[in-house]
Design a protein around this ligand. Structure first.
Ligand code: ADP
Ligand code: LRH
Length: 490
């Protein structure tokens, strides 16, 4: 009775990890075999991903996994929207550009001259964000058309790595739905959007469902790394969707927050909700595993804490997140709030100073100390979650008594407790490595070891502890929420 091992690569915007998963006695056991930082590189004013370095880290992870007994299959998930362009020989034309690069500033307004905002939303059902693939591509149409003329294929990040590993060029479904280029109802690339924006249709590969075996590791890779051929599975390769697959619940209607660099607040649906209300709330319909739709609000998340931490070097070292949390707990609460999604917080840089400026501009006391800034970030996130909860509830017409929080950010107990308080709902927090668990469970479904999503979620619930947070200080939070709403409108 040999145990099957699978290997999950989970790339977040701040770090990546390679995790081996096994299925035993109705539980998934995970072993992290490799963790690496994922650092963007700014060159001549443009912000890139270090694509080749990322692929190098995948190879490192494969070698570490080999030393721990090898694996039957591997699956890769990453953040959404970004892509690489290949020429007709399959060669990468340039490093993938980071979604925080400013090439997309103003592109929404330019694109709306060709296709109205309402029509674009009606076709795609996606939340408008400057960084969506559609606006990244439209910046190329306008500023660097020769690159698109030269391109033969566009591959979103996980699809690009799958291609480097197998030679197969495919577009995995959940990832494709982050582009704002898909017809949300018919689940195909939207001719209407592509034609209106003069984006060449030929560069888009065939869309395959999540869980598809894309191919096997190429002979070259096996020879270079000294490993046996293994299957490469296009999991729910959008990290958010692998995380949703790991929400440990039996409920059909549940609400979750996936907390990492971004906070993704949403619920799983059978079909998209696209209409006046969802457009007004600017919520996204994104594809999930097994033909589901996730109604999502994309909120800037712990990016604010990550990027602030880079400013607070002490004796050549960064503070740990645990230390920062302790400082936040000592600060006086309910002082000042920011809108985490304000445009000035998108680019990399001095976030603490931008937070102070935001507070001054909105007539609030500017937080000075590290603890005060961290308290402001956590409270502002918790209040933005309540705002998103109300928006999602108004779109679905349902009430969700429990919020499931998953992802690396739930290691901050302060954030979980504040979320329960701000939203006035019970929070169930766990698992931390939801994305990797979802990735692993989907591989086991593809290999026929797990029957379906219901069984997968049950197995995940058996495998991981969850922690409960009960709302506290409700009156104070209600008063803070009233202030917060006026502040984010300023
Ligand atoms: P990504 O979206 O990059 O995959 P993760 O899910 O790994 O992000 O979450 C990273 C975030 O989790 C960090 O930015 C930090 O805010 C939070 N975090 C990580 N470890 C801790 C910790 N020990 N205590 C509090 N917060 C933590
Ligand atoms: C979170 C995420 C999110 C957005 C963003 C760019 O990691 O995938 O859903 O797409 O990255």
């Amino acid at each position: 009775n040999t145990k099957k091992q699978v290997l999950a690569f989970d790339f977040g915007a701040s770090s990546g990890r390679a995790i081996l998963g096994t299925l035993e006695d109705g539980k998934i056991c995970m072993e992290e075999v490799y963790r690496f930082s994922n650092d963007p590189v700014i060159v001549c004013g443009a912000m890139y991903w270090d694509t080749l370095r990322q692929f190098f880290e995948i190879k490192q992870g494969i070698v570490k996994a080999k030393q721990k007994g090898g694996f039957e299959s591997l699956g890769i998930d990453t953040w959404g929207v970004d892509f690489g362009l290949l020429d007709e020989h399959g060669v990468l034309l340039e490093n993938a550009v980071h979604y925080r690069d400013d090439r997309t500033v103003g592109m929404q307004e330019e694109a709306f001259k060709k296709i109205s905002r309402d029509e674009l939303y009606d076709m795609t059902g996606n939340q408008f964000e400057n960084f969506n693939t559609v606006f990244q591509l439209y910046s190329l149409v306008q500023k660097r058309p020769w690159l698109l003329e030269r391109a033969d294929k566009l591959l979103l990040t996980p699809d690009l790595f799958n291609y480097f590993l197998t030679g197969e060029q495919k577009a995995e479904y959940t990832m494709a739905t982050t582009t704002q280029l898909m017809d949300a109802r018919n689940k195909v690339w939207s001719d209407r959007v592509l034609q209106a924006l003069e984006i060449p249709e030929r560069i888009f590969p065939e869309i395959v469902p999540s869980g598809t075996v894309v191919g096997t590791l190429s002979d070259d890779i096996c020879a270079e790394l000294g490993i046996q051929p293994a299957k490469v599975i296009a999991v729910a390769s959008h990290d958010t969707q692998s995380a949703v697959a790991a929400v440990p619940t039996r409920e059909k209607d549940f609400i979750f927050i996936s907390c990492g660099t971004w906070s993704l607040f949403g619920t799983e649906l059978k079909a998209p909700i696209i209409g006046e209300k969802s457009l007004e709330c600017n919520v996204s319909n994104e594809g999930g595993y097994g033909d589901t739709t996730t109604l999502l609000k994309n909120i800037s998340g712990l990016w604010l804490a990550q990027e602030s931490r880079r400013q607070w070097i002490r004796g050549g070292q960064e503070y740990s997140f645990g230390e920062l949390e302790k400082m936040a707990m000592k600060a006086e609460p309910f002082q000042s709030f920011v809108d985490p999604d304000a445009p000035e917080f998108v680019p990399a840089g001095n976030i603490p100073e931008r937070i102070r400026e935001f507070c001054r501009r909105t007539g609030q006391k500017a937080p000075e100390t590290i603890g005060e800034i961290m308290c402001c970030i956590n409270q502002s996130l918790a209040l933005k979650y309540r705002y998103a909860l109300e928006q999602i509830e108004s779109c679905t017409g349902r009430h969700y008594p429990i919020i499931h929080m998953i992802g690396g950010g739930i290691q901050s107990r302060l954030l979980c407790q504040m979320t329960a308080g701000a939203a006035g709902r019970k929070v169930m927090a766990g698992p931390v490595e939801a994305t990797a668990l979802g990735n692993i469970a989907i591989q086991f479904m593809s290999l026929g070891e797990i029957k379906d999503m219901t069984e997968a979620r049950q197995i995940i619930a058996n495998s991981e502890k969850t922690y409960e947070y009960i709302p506290q200080d409700e009156e104070k939070w209600n008063a803070a929420y009233e202030r917060f709403k006026t502040i984010i409108q300023k």
